[in-house]
Design a protein around this ligand. Structure first.
Ligand SMILES: N[C@@H](CCC(=O)N[C@@H](CS)C(=O)NCC(=O)O)C(=O)O
Length: 354
């Protein structure tokens, strides 16, 4: 064989290898695309849920490894819908800064971690947001002994050191808010809000700032109701918190969304853990459809069992039960807040189960 022929053969061989690799890669990609999150979760046998693990009343890892809180309960609710068994969840504790990568990389199936729905997160990260489960807003907390009170304003933090955790809407809001009122602050961001609280307690920070619910929760768990004040009375931002999932998997998105909506609808009709078995479903066809008591077709077309949302209500509860169990003990109540049902003037509202 002459030199030219050998070179041509080599080129052909290389092209063949490259093509084979392309085809293998394409096949692998197609397989990943074809497999929905629901398939993956069902095959694995449990849900992977990303939480904080240290967010008071939202997701707190207990000594026995279980996780409690409103966010944790929504993880349990998704497991109840998918498996008929709320306990089929593996929790992953994530800092604010690592949460979105953990979700995009597939480390978790859903992220329920005090996460605010914002335009950039919704549009730039390949992620989508489910219904808001807690309407929050950013506030600040300072010591009464420093002259701060519930009627303090952003202007009162001029010259003070403010601490919060990194990778949050919090750090951006406070920087912008202070600038707008002409308050000059020193902002220190740490990895977790728990660290910010430690610094605040040690006097290394004058102010801590984050979602108002977390300030209320931390103040309650520290027994500091009479020593620390939360302000301003109108939060400096909107922080709608809820579940987050990867984009382009609408079946999984529908499941997460309708688990949340099922808890809203059950709340609206007063169907909870104690009466879900005795409720008169004939008199309320919407609840009949939602629980699969009359007709469960709406659930089966989503890839769930007809009684998926019955399991959610029976095993975890309706929105009011989930909210009250977790948030009332730290002093947060629905009445008069955005978290009241729409029937009571709040924002908790679901599309119809029809
Ligand atoms: N909602 C804001 C703030 C989220 C956030 O980090 N909240 C704090 C206060 S609840 C937190 O999760 N702390 C627990 C932790 O740092 O692990 C966001 O989405 O950026």
């Amino acid at each position: 064989m002459n030199k030219k022929a050998i070179v041509s053969l080599l080129v052909l061989a290389l092209v063949a290898v490259a093509c084979a690799t392309d085809t293998a890669e394409e096949a692998a990609v197609e397989e990943v695309v074809a497999k929905t999150t629901l398939d993956t979760v069902k095959e694995r046998g449990f849900l992977k849920c990303g939480v904080s693990g240290t967010a008071v009343a939202f997701s707190e890892t207990q000594a026995d490894g279980s996780v409690t809180g409103i966010d944790a309960d929504y993880c349990y609710a998704i497991a109840a819908a998918v498996f008929g068994d709320y306990s089929k969840v593996e929790f992953t504790a994530l800092t604010a800064a690592e949460r979105f990568t953990a979700l995009s990389s597939g480390e978790v199936d859903v992220l329920i971690r005090n996460t605010t729905w914002t335009q950039s997160r919704d549009t730039e990260l390949g992620l989508d947001f489910g219904p808001t489960t807690y309407f929050d807003g950013q506030q600040l907390m300072g010591r009464n002994s420093d002259g701060l009170s519930a009627s303090s304003t952003l202007k009162d933090i001029d010259g003070l050191k403010v601490c919060t955790n990194a990778g949050t809407t919090t750090e951006k809001n406070i920087t912008e808010g202070a600038r707008l009122v002409g308050a000059s602050i020193v902002l220190e961001t740490v990895e977790t809000f728990a660290e910010a609280m430690e610094k605040f307690k040690a006097g290394a920070c004058d102010i801590v700032t984050t979602d108002g619910s977390a300030l209320v929760g931390n103040r309650a768990s520290e027994g500091a109701l009479n020593d620390w004040s939360i302000f301003p009375s109108t939060p400096i931002s909107k922080e709608p918190l809820g579940p987050v999932y990867r984009s382009n998997d609408s079946q999984w998105g529908d499941i997460v969304n309708w688990v949340v909506y099922a808890t809203f609808i059950a709340d609206e009709y007063g169907v909870g853990r104690s009466n879900v078995d005795s409720f008169d479903y004939d008199a309320n066809p919407e609840m009949g459809r939602l629980t699969g008591k009359n007709d469960g077709q709406l659930q089966t077309v989503m890839g769930l069992s007809a009684d998926a949302f019955y399991n959610v209500i029976k095993q975890v509860g309706n929105y009011d039960e989930i909210y009250s169990k977790n948030l009332n003990p730290v002093g947060l109540y629905r009445e008069g807040s955005a978290n009241a049902s729409w029937t009571d003037g709040g924002l908790i509202y679901s599309p119809p189960a029809r």
